[in-house]
Every structure is written in structure tokens, then in C-alpha cells.
Design a protein around this ligand. Structure first.
Ligand code: HEM
Length: 549
């Protein structure tokens, strides 16, 4: 009997041993195929140009993390192959990825074949907890339905109705900056802009003055915990792109998850209260005005009425919370980034500042002494802001030089042919706005220079023809839904500040940014010296325009 048992044990051990050996051999063969044979000899992308300095397992993830800037490696590849529309690189375990490097490819991916691609898993891991499961992560038909449901809120004609509220918030900002101008003479703009853009989103999306309820400061603190990462926090975020590690009980993760939970708590409270108030108002017959329109016009009220209270296919309360979080994050972070980079850039180009002031003066937007008799009144009207062509060019140029969105990767859900090239299912396509915006093959040898005048080219010039070369707000069915709101907000705030103050960056040159990140977020504070402007205006009778000295 004991002989039989030991025989059986020996047999079992050798069986397990040979199974392990076979399995290891199969895994080894699989890895050889995945890491060498498929990418080098079989992948339809094998003949595309691209960098070869990747890590054998981590692909370009390691170089991207080490570069210290979410755009830097892509920019280097664009500079090396400026005329190649597609540049191939590797992700984790030699997963195929392609950088979009021409307006035509951008158009085909983001417009013509938009729904053949979905957001990538690493991108969802990077920001999903922060921005919520709303429109940004909806796919296919769900995306089409949500976009249709919300699109009407973002039209220019609706946005213009918010101008008085936005002006009020911009004036509050002016007061804060003026306190700094009369006091320490310097001001930290990143957090100041985060506050004003949150205030604006509060009015537009929730019909609430967030600053009054002290919610704004709590939101700023939550976003700061999630975005302003320490070196170790950035390392965790980078590892999390490849393997999920948010569950690890370390300080950085706890801080991140605490902020994520708190954001949802606050938003759930706001949504709960709004639903209750609207149900009460409906019972009392006060939900609508005499014309049958909702009395409150903000986005949350609209979503509760049209989607939560809908009899057909309603959204749940959790859906509303995720959508609201989506707009809170996408709306304020990008706009605050745009403002921070624009102000920093503008005041390194005094000539541009003078032209903005002269144009505003010509459009009768005056900067008076706001402590006594403020000629701005409540601020410029929508039509006044809309008429400022030079300011519009400046904004386009700011967003060209420093686009706040660093890049949102897509993954092909089936084989797609783009620009004659087969893109196999599962390939990551990477649109990086800065890559499109700095390519000398598209913009010419002065691609890196800040020149708002380049937008004055007559219609039909190179830039018009290359519509998809400027992608600050994206294009196609997934283009930025908040563009009109963002442009108006940035222009109003910039005008108010540029007309009243002279700034000077404490540190000139490139602002260091957080990495990894889907957006360009300054790392640390951004300080500017500030004093009240003493701009002098003159009037040119020949051109019938003001000029600024
Ligand atoms: C200067 C400020 C802004 C910039 C530069 C910007 C840029 C962008 C870009 C480039 C995209 C397209 C991303 C892609 O490739 O898929 C996008 C999408 C989006 N943006 Fe903005 N954005 C700004 C402000 C806003 C504002 C104010 C809101 C809302 C209040 C907003 C809401 C969204 C949403 C929801 C999407 C996803 C749209 C979809 O997938 O259908 N953004 N934004």
C-alpha cells in the first residue's frame, strides 16, 4: 500500500512538473510571439516609422514617465518625422499604438470613423475616478443619445444668457487681483483661476453660487488632492496606467480616494436637494413660468426635468451625479488651465497686450478706475466680446501654443482603414493637440512662435484649408461640447484683467506640468507680479481706431 502511495505521489509530482513545464513553455512561446514575432513580422503597422527606444515589457510608458511632461515624447517623435502621418510606438507588452501626425488622419479618426474607436482603459484609469462616468466616457449610441440630450444647453444663444453672472464672477476676481496689486504685488494665478472657473460652472451647471456655500473651496481642495501629485503620487498614477494599484493602502491612494468619495458625496447632496425641490415645485405648480419654461435654467434642473422625471428611459440619480461630476471637472480644469497659460504667455509679449487693449477700447470697452466709477459696469456685453476679432485670434493662438488637453487616447474596436493604412482592432490611436499645433510641416518654420497675427491670413489661406490642424477643442461628434462656454469665460476674464493690470511672470519660460496627466496642469503654483495698468490710449483718425501705448 505504502509503495502504491509513493508511486502515485511520484507520478503526481512528475505530472504536475510536466504540466508546469508545458505551461511555462506555452507562456514563453506566447511572449515570444507577442513581443517579437507579431510586432516585427506580422503587424500591419510594422512598416510605419517610430521610436525604437522602448522598454521590452513597458513599451514607451517608462520613457513617458521619465520625460516629466505628458506631451514631450510625442513632440520629439513629431519633430523627427514631421511629414509622416502615422508614427508607431509600443505600449505595455508591445501593444501597438499610433500617434496621429496629420490633419487628414485626425479628421478620419475623430470625424469620419469616430464611433469605430472608444476611450482607452488606461485613460479611464487615469481620470475616471476624478471626472465621473458621464458624457466623456459614454460610447456609441449611448453617447449619441447623451450628446443630443445635452447639446441644446451649450449653444451660443443659451450661453449668452449667462453673461451677467459670468461678469459678476470676473469682477470678484478683479477685486482679488487688485488687493494683490495694492498689497504684496504678486498673485498666484493657478488657484485663482480654478476658483473663478468653478464659480462659472456652478452658475451654468447647477444654478448655484458655489463660493457662497463654501463648496467651491472644498471642490478646489478635492481636485488639488487628485491632480497636484507628489513625485510618489505621479509614480503611482503612472503604474496605475498599466496595472490597477489604486486599492493599495498607501497615503497617496488614501488621499486620492478620499477626495473622489467626497466629490461624489457633495454632488449627491446637491442632486438630492434639487430633485426634492423640483418635485415639490411640480406639486405646487411653480416649476414652470407663465410661458411654460423651467424657472431655473441651469443644467442640473434641465437634466432632472428632461431625463430623471422622463417617463421613457429615464436617467437614475447616480447617472445625474456622474454627468454633473463630468461637467464640473472637464469644465473648470481645462478653462482654468487655458487662463493660466494664456496670462503667462501674454505678458511675455507686451505688443500683443497693447493690441488687445486698443481693440477693446475701439469696441467701447473701457477700463476705468473700478474703485470709484467703473466704466465697465457689470462688464462687457456678449456682442462686445464676440466682436473682438484680435482677442479671438489671441485665444486661438494661446490654445495652439499651449493646448490644455494633452491627449485622449482611442482604441480601435474593429479593423479600420485610415489614410490607406490598416489599423488592427485593439490598436491605440493617440491624438495629441500640441503635436498637431507645433508641426512645422503644417504651420511653417515659425510653428513654435506665439504670433496671433497668423490668424489674420485671408480666408482660404493655408490654415483655413487645414481646418483639422487646429484641434484645441477637438473635432467631430466628440468635439468639446463646452467650447462656446469656455471661449466666452476665458475672453471675459482675460479682458477684465488685461485692461486693468500689468502682469509679469515671476518665472518666465515653460511652466512645469504634472505627468502623467490627460491635461496640461501646472505643477505647483504659478506666481505673477502685478500692478495696476497705466496704459495710455490714443485715437487714430485715419483708421478710426484706438491704439495703446
Ligand atoms: C479652454 C477650455 C477647454 C478646452 C481646451 C477643452 C478641450 C476639449 C477637447 C480637446 C475635447 C475633445 C477630447 C477628445 O478628443 O475626445 C473636449 C471634450 C469635452 N469637453 Fe472640453 N474643453 C474646454 C472646456 C470645456 C467646458 C467649459 C466644458 C463643459 C462645461 C467641457 C466639456 C467637455 C466634455 C463633456 C467633453 C467630452 C465630449 C464628448 O466626448 O462628447 N469642456 N474638450
Amino acid at each position: 500500500m505504502s509503495d502504491f502511495v509513493s508511486l502515485a505521489l511520484v507520478w503526481w509530482a512528475s505530472f504536475v512538473g510536466s504540466m508546469v513545464a508545458t505551461l511555462s513553455f506555452v507562456v514563453f512561446l506566447g511572449l515570444v510571439y507577442k513581443l517579437c514575432i507579431y510586432p516585427e513580422f506580422i503587424s500591419p503597422l510594422r512598416n510605419l516609422p517610430g521610436p525604437k527606444d522602448h522598454h521590452i515589457l513597458l513599451g514607451q510608458h517608462l520613457n513617458q514617465f521619465k520625460s516629466g511632461d505628458p506631451e514631450e515624447p510625442y513632440m520629439a517623435w513629431m519633430r523627427r518625422w514631421p511629414s509622416q502621418p502615422l508614427i508607431r510606438y509600443y505600449e505595455f507588452l508591445h501593444g501597438d499604438a499610433v500617434l496621429i501626425n496629420s490633419p487628414k488622419v485626425y479628421q478620419e479618426v475623430m470625424n469620419n470613423h469616430c464611433y469605430s474607436f472608444v476611450r482607452s482603459v488606461p485613460f479611464r484609469r487615469l481620470i475616471g475616478d476624478i471626472i465621473g462616468e458621464g458624457l466623456v466616457f459614454a460610447e456609441g449610441d449611448t453617447h449619441r443619445v447623451q450628446r443630443r440630450a445635452l447639446g441644446g444647453l451649450f449653444t451660443k444663444s443659451n450661453i449668452r444668457t449667462y453673461v451677467p453672472g459670468f461678469n459678476k464672477k470676473a469682477m470678484k476676481l478683479v477685486q482679488d487681483v487688485d488687493n494683490a496689486a495694492r498689497g504684496p504685488g504678486k498673485v498666484e494665478i493657478k488657484h485663482l483661476f480654478a476658483k473663478v472657473t468653478l464659480d462659472v460652472i456652478g452658475i451654468f451647471a447647477f444654478g448655484i453660487d458655489l463660493s457662497q456655500f463654501k463648496l467651491r473651496d472644498e471642490f478646489v481642495a478635492c481636485y488639488s488632492s487628485m491632480f497636484d501629485l507628489t513625485q510618489y503620487g505621479m509614480l503611482l498614477a503612472a503604474v496605475n496606467l498599466v496595472v490597477p494599484v489604486r486599492w493599495l493602502p498607501v497615503k497617496e491612494n488614501n488621499k486620492f480616494m478620499h477626495a473622489s468619495v467626497r466629490l461624489r458625496q457633495i454632488m449627491t447632496e446637491i442632486t438630492d436637494r434639487r430633485i426634492r425641490d423640483m418635485q415639490d415645485a411640480k406639486r405646487c405648480g411653480t416649476l414652470y413660468d407663465n410661458e411654460g419654461s423651467l424657472r431655473k435654467k441651469d443644467m442640473l434642473t434641465y437634466m432632472v426635468e428632461t431625463r430623471y422625471m422622463a417617463s421613457h428611459d429615464p436617467w437614475t440619480k447616480a447617472d445625474l451625479v456622474e454627468q454633473a461630476l463630468n461637467f464640473l471637472a472637464t469644465g473648470h480644469e481645462t478653462t482654468a488651465g487655458a487662463l493660466t497659460f494664456a496670462l503667462h504667455l501674454l505678458f511675455q509679449h507686451p505688443r500683443v497686450v497693447r493690441k488687445i487693449r486698443a481693440e477693446a477700447r475701439t469696441a467701447s470697452i473701457f477700463a476705468g478706475d473700478f474703485n470709484t466709477n467703473d466704466e465697465f459696469g457689470g462688464g462687457p456685453s456678449f456682442n462686445q466680446v464676440d466682436s473682438l476679432q484680435y482677442l479671438d485670434n489671441v485665444l486661438k493662438e494661446c490654445l495652439r501654443i499651449l493646448p490644455p488637453v494633452a491627449g485622449i487616447p482611442r482604441v480601435a474596436t474593429k479593423d479600420v482603414v485610415i489614410s490607406g493604412q490598416v489599423i488592427p482592432k485593439g490598436t491605440t490611436l493617440m491624438p495629441v493637440p500640441a503635436v498637431m499645433h507645433h508641426n512645422p510641416a503644417i504651420w511653417g518654420p515659425d510653428a513654435d512662435e506665439f504670433k496671433p497675427e497668423r490668424w489674420e491670413k485671408p480666408a482660404g489661406g493655408a490654415i483655413d484649408a487645414e481646418h483639422y490642424a487646429w484641434v484645441g477643442f477637438g473635432h467631430g461628434p466628440r468635439a468639446c461640447i463646452g467650447r462656446a462656454l469656455a471661449e466666452l469665460n476665458v475672453k471675459i476674464v482675460l479682458l477684465q484683467l488685461v485692461m486693468r493690470f500689468d502682469f509679469r511672470p515671476v518665472n518666465t519660460g515653460k511652466v512645469p506640468v504634472v505627468n502623467p496627466s490627460g491635461q496640461l496642469r501646472p505643477r505647483g503654483n504659478v506666481w505673477m507680479q502685478v500692478r495696476r495698468a497705466n496704459a495710455k490710449f490714443g485715437f487714430n483718425k485715419e483708421t478710426n481706431q484706438y491704439y495703446c501705448l
